[in-house]
Write a protein that binds this ligand. Structure first.
Ligand code: HEM
Length: 489
């Protein structure tokens, strides 16, 4: 009896030792120069957290490129190692780094997001492990977000914008741009994705999203009091509402009181892949959660930044206004059409230059799926790989006088390939780039036609939390441009 117990204890002990040895070998393989591998130079920083907090500090200080530039100078300007979110990470620098990562998706690398993203969003386009699954979801979503599909939403975007400006800007001499623009981009997404018009429900969802957002790029400590915990609770509440909306829509589609093409929700419910497979209900809810997040926080950040730069650069504002008035004068008060938006070339160059100087999304991740060599260094399988928008955008060898605003950089062929990457690149490039372009241009058309503005805090700081955001929300003083026929379309 005793010897049986002793044998059992011995087996447990041996198993524990064997497992610990395997874990240690794996950790050493990931974290040290082993064998004849030559890892990129750099520092892993503190155990587990590594240099995550230093990177966060650069983000919150509004200078994500400073973290990278310091280490490029110190170690190697092509690639260096660090540790982020508990993982050994190689930071790929410059156009060559961007090209390498974007060009090797599913060959040497694949998309990676920190664990907080997986926990919050569940199974959706950005978190599914299998490339084929991601491709399938992306195809279904893209058929709603591609230019061909967006053409029919231009008028609705214009209508929602006019309504927003009338209700939240008209008659005010001061507004705080970031929070009200956030309501605008959220309301627009709710309208186009879910056909929601109930302002109470939209406000409730919007408040939940503001809590949710703060945990997305964070350390996933899920206990009361943490940002991540609050974010998880908000995600649960949003999902509950989305499930309710989905059930009502299914019924309405069956009863033919809703249209199969009225919005993203109907589109996802009725669209199957090439093999006739539909998304499950939880995949639909998770993807809508992702799209609501991806669409409104990014665009709101960019619109706010454009307002900031136009206040600082009155001659650029005048040129944008001239272009928009020419379009407005060519119409007799009808809503904007897709063709009108294609004429907003100078305005788009201005938006692009703002995006270069202050990219709303500062960086993104990939993961090595095999050991590979890059610039003479070994990048081990499992390492996380960071690319940085802010870093190439501020490189003076790619953008002469990089800190100066110059919209003409986008004329003709524009910046050289892989130097301007605000929407990422390769097969995982932002799926909503065209939607964002349309939304921002429609907004700029309507806002410059009605107002001029000046900054109430001229040197307001921009912080990344996680998107580029003015520290005080960008309060401005508004002056109506033309008090006659001001709010007529
Ligand atoms: C100014 C606005 C926006 C910026 C700067 C932006 C930026 C980005 C970036 C940097 C990525 C990661 C790309 C990569 O890793 O290569 C991304 C992914 C994504 N974005 Fe955007 N985005 C914007 C607006 C939007 C909008 C309006 C939508 C939806 C309507 C959207 C939907 C998505 C989706 C679904 C992904 C994930 C794609 C995938 O995993 O395959 N984004 N975006």
């Amino acid at each position: 009896m005793l010897s049986a117990a002793a044998a059992a204890v011995a087996v447990v002990l041996l198993t524990a030792i064997f497992t610990a040895k395997l874990a240690l070998d794996y950790w050493l393989r990931l974290n040290t120069d082993s064998g004849n591998k030559r890892l990129p130079p750099g520092s892993f920083g503190w155990p587990i957290v590594g240099e995550t907090l230093l990177y966060f500090r650069a983000l919150r200080g509004g200078k994500p490129e400073s973290f990278i530039a310091e280490r490029m100078d110190k170690y190697d300007g092509r690639v260096f190692k660090t540790r982020m979110f508990g993982h050994p990470t190689a930071v790929f620098c410059g156009t060559a780094g961007n090209k390498f990562l974007f060009g090797n998706e599913n060959k040497l690398v694949r998309l990676w997001w920190p664990p907080s993203v997986h926990k919050l969003f569940g199974r959706c386009i950005s978190t599914v492990a299998q490339p084929a699954e991601a491709k399938r979801m992306r195809k279904i979503l893209s058929s709603f977000l591609d230019p061909d599909a967006l053409i029919k939403y231009t008028k609705t975007m214009d209508l929602v914008t006019i309504h927003h400006i009338k209700s939240l800007w008209q008659g005010k001499d001061k507004v705080t741009v970031y929070p009200i623009t956030k309501l605008y981009t959220f309301e627009l997404a709710c309208r186009l994705f879910l056909s929601l018009q109930d302002s109470q429900l939209i406000s409730k969802l919007s408040a939940q999203f503001n809590v949710f957002l703060k945990g997305v790029i964070n350390i996933p400590l899920d206990f009361p009091g943490t940002r991540f915990h609050r974010s998880m609770r908000a995600a649960d509440a949003i999902r509950k509402d989305l499930r309710g909306i989905l059930s009502q829509r299914k019924l309405a589609l069956e009863e033919k009181t809703a249209s199969p093409s009225q919005d993203l929700l109907s589109h996802l419910l009725i669209t199957s892949d090439e093999d006739g497979r539909f998304l499950t209900e939880s995949e639909i809810v998770n993807n809508i959660l992702l799209l609501l997040f991806a669409s409104h926080d990014t665009s709101c950040s960019l619109i706010t930044l454009v307002i900031k730069y136009l206040a600082e650069l009155p001659q650029v504002y005048d040129q944008v206004l001239a272009e928009q008035m020419e379009i407005a004068n060519s119409k007799s008060g009808e809503l904007l059409e897709w063709e009108d938006v294609q004429k907003m070339k100078f305005t788009w160059h201005v938006v692009s230059e703002v995006t270069r100087l202050t990219p709303p999304v500062p960086s993104g991740f990939r993961e090595a799926i095999v050991d590979f060599n890059y610039e003479g260094y070994t990048i081990p399988k499992g390492w996380k790989l960071l690319w940085s928008t802010a870093s190439t955008h501020s490189d003076p060898s790619l953008f002469p006088r990089a800190s100066e605003f110059d919209a003409s950089r986008f004329e003709g062929m524009g910046p050289i390939p892989f130097s301007y990457v605000p929407f990422g690149g390769g097969p995982r490039m932002c799926a909503g780039k065209e939607y964002a372009r349309l939304e921002i241009l429609v907004f700029m058309h309507n806002i410059v036609k009605k107002f001029k503005w000046e900054l109430l805090f001229p040197d307001e700081k921009i912080v990344y939390d996680p998107m580029a955001t003015p520290a005080e929300g960008l309060p401005i003083r508004l002056s109506p441009r033309d008090s006659q026929n001001l709010y007529e379309k």
